[in-house]
Ligand binder design. Structure first.
Ligand code: ARG
Length: 462
């Protein structure tokens, strides 16, 4: 057990206490952020004449070496240290001697960990955003290829009206686009630097917080030191955004699982993205989609845990806050894996367009359009609704589609029907004429696809 704070203690920490208290086993993930933050801190201390140039140079050199040694695995992060901050400081002192003991001047682990966590989350917000962009590219490709792939659209899991695959996939494009804009907001809101807040009440050293903030790429310093060391809103916001991403992925997975079932057969998973059964040789299971759906619970769990951990914490830092890490890290890893795997699965799955179209032809998906036909011929909508209702009942008894009836049979139910009805309620007309903004009509879909292309391109340019 090696600690930074032995002075006022007369006994060693009990081993169980040390183990319960330590965070090195998981906060070692923050080692690059910790070093980056320490370098900015000492560069500022030198500028403010708190450290000499020689001391600053020795510390920066020592920290840079530690970083290299960890990265090339000559140094393992482990040992009897309480956390990553103690580990790096102890190692630095070992390496460069007395100058290393000055690194922590005007700083507390409270503002140090607040900074490390912010730097880490800020980076991960970008990584998740980039993964989502790759997913959107795949979705846009599927959309472009399927603006005339007809399929049934559902409400209440009942066939409702015909749509296209491009339209269906476009709904998810919108969801993930919103997810990205949420990440963008989080980034902007969290991009303020807590370093220099000290333990809770700032410090009497002449720190230049604006300077460290700018060295670390922040908009500026945070404005209340008590809040700075105990704010984990950005973790919560990120977990909420990750949960929403998982909710979207999970809905999509649920649909893919249904579409992949023998009954639907709308989609087939690539062999590389499915698994077999140990007993049933015929099986090809959509495990990836099921796992993504399943892992959603775990990410929601992290959000609820974090909210619960934070809810009773008085100002300012309390050790409860060390619990922010494991669950946040796990959620980030989980979501990144899920987006990556989902993207690969979506990119390789094959759609069975003839099955989709056949399914859209059955199930009276053109009933609304049949009612609209009567309305266009002058019948009030409520009456038309009732006529078509009776028509559907007749078809169910006859076990056929509306389009299969003869004009004589149609006229028997309402003499408003004329021969042009067949064209008006054909699957093609039902889809192609839906041209309001956001509707599945292929000509309107093309405009939306154009907007999406511009959206993705603009990002690449910026
Ligand atoms: N390991 C601690 C954490 O993750 C670092 C901050 C420790 N601060 C303290 N006052 N004990 O929160």
């Amino acid at each position: 057990m090696a600690q930074l704070w032995g002075g006022r203690f007369t006994k060693d920490t009990k081993e169980e206490v040390f183990l319960f208290n330590e965070s090195l086993s998981f906060d070692k993930r923050l080692f690059e952020q910790d070093i980056e933050g320490s370098i900015a801190h000492v560069v500022m201390l030198e500028k403010q004449h708190v450290l000499t140039l020689e001391e600053k140079d020795a510390i920066v050199k020592g920290l840079t070496q530690i970083k290299e040694e960890v990265n090339n695995s000559t140094l393992q992060i482990r040992g009897e240290y309480e956390d990553i901050h103690s580990f790096i400081e102890a190692l630095l002192i070992e390496k460069i001697g007395d100058a290393g003991k000055k690194m922590h001047t005007g700083r507390s682990r409270n503002d140090q960990v607040a900074l490390d966590m912010r730097l880490y989350i800020r980076e991960q917000v970008i990584v998740v955003d980039e993964e989502l962009r790759e997913l959107l590219k795949v979705l846009l490709r599927i959309m472009e290829e399927n603006i005339r792939t007809y399929m049934p659209g559902f409400t209440h899991m009942q066939k409702a009206q015909p749509i296209t695959l491009a339209h269906h996939i476009g709904a998810y494009f919108e969801m993930f686009k919103r997810d990205r804009s949420r990440l963008d907001d989080i980034y902007k809101r969290m991009n303020y630097c807590p370093l220099g807040s000290g333990a809770l009440a700032g410090t009497t050293y002449p720190l230049d917080r604006e300077y460290t903030a700018s060295l670390l790429g922040f908009e500026g310093p945070t404005l209340n030191s008590m809040d700075s060391v105990s704010d984990r809103d950005y973790c919560i916001e990120f977990l909420a955004a990750l949960s929403t991403i998982m909710m979207h992925l999970s809905r999509f997975c649920e649909e893919i699982i249904i579409w992949n079932s023998n009954e639907y057969g709308f989609v087939e998973m690539d062999d590389a993205y499915s698994t077999g059964s140990s007993i049933m040789p015929q099986k090809k299971n959509p495990d990836i989609a099921e796992l993504v759906r399943g892992k959603t619970g775990r990410v929601y769990g992290a959000l609820i845990s974090m909210l619960t951990t934070m809810k009773g914490i008085p100002l300012a830092y309390n050790k409860d806050m060390q619990e922010d890490k494991e669950m946040t890290f796990d959620a980030i890893d989980t979501v990144k894996d899920c987006i990556l795997l989902f993207t690969g699965m979506a990119d390789t799955m094959k759609f069975n367009s003839s099955k989709m179209e056949a399914s859209a032809r059955l199930g009276f998906t053109n009933a609304t359009d049949a009612a609209d036909y009567l309305v266009k011929k002058g019948m009030p909508f409520r009456d038309a609704h009732s006529v078509i209702g009776r028509l559907v009942l007749y078809c169910i008894e006859k076990n056929c589609a509306i389009d299969d009836l003869s004009i004589e049979e149609l006229k028997e139910i309402s003499d408003v029907f004329e021969a042009d009805v067949f064209d008006a309620i054909s699957l093609k007309t039902c889809v192609e004429k839906r041209l309001t903004t956001g509707a599945p009509g292929p000509e309107q879909m093309k405009d939306v696809i154009e907007v999406y292309h511009k959206y993705l391109k603009k990002e690449e340019e910026s």
